[in-house]
Design a protein around this ligand. Sequence first.
Ligand code: SF4
Length: 321
Amino acid sequence: MFTAANLLPPTTQLPPTDLFAAIQILKRELNAVILAHYYQEPDIQDVADYIGDSLGLSQQAATTPAAVIVFAGVHFMAETAKILNPGKRVLLPDLNAGCSLADSCPADAFATFKAAHPDHLVISYINCTAEIKAMSDIICTSANAVKIVRQIPLAQPIIFAPDRNLGRYVMQQTGREMLLWQGSCVVHETFSEKKLVQLQMAHPTATVIAHPECETAILRHASYIGSTTALLQYCLQSSQQSFIVATEPGIIHQMQKQAPHKQFIPAPPLNNCNCNECPFMRLNTLEKLYWTMKLGIPEITLAEPMRLAALRPIQRMLAMS
Ligand code: SF4
């Protein structure tokens, strides 16, 4: 929803009938690039210049020659793009597109936690606020977390924040003990193991693939675990024809587009609801994308000292991955 703080779109003005064409015109006028996360609705994915996961999007944001970055994702992602591009305007279609995982790690509580363990190196998953990034030594994504932790000397104790499920998965993969912040994502904790097993019985040839933000009970049924980009690549390269996908189902649009002959089944949530769809990602719509480009709001801004403090651990990540 557009808020009073970032101005309402003019209610008397109707959006153009052909939003796709109007967005292409605005893109040229603004010298803008549209970066979209795989969890965005299909229309937004179809109009984007680049679709990716957190790692790919931050790499794109770091190198784009465009003057304006229109970020179709959630707030911490657009904030990361601004941290990497202080001289560029970064627009987010809906400022209310937050993230339950980022919200599960408030800055003041994390500062106290960190102060209680002064000898620990802080590695934070990119799904966190600029304040948490600024308190971290290295940022990671689900695509590079294992690789980054493996590069830390064995004697160095580590705090891993904010996602306990990704942290637990990294511990299993690396054999490293880490102190985990107990945060989680509402979407990836919503999958039902019982219903997943029932679905496997109904589709005995389907391969289960999962994102490491899922709980261990789901991950143990997965033949492959990886970031959204890695899951997509796995499905494209695999000789298997049918997959049960345990992550936000927005990724299925790309899977189906790139492998139309294969079958992709979303893993079932606990209740008969759409709660495996990220409610924050889905706040962005094609119409809001149009308005944000037309009006130049909402724009992401950051105080320079905070931006610089949050930049250092991201640069370490980009260098280490
Ligand atoms: S899927 Fe989870 S981690 Fe990703 S943006 Fe939504 S709430 Fe945050």
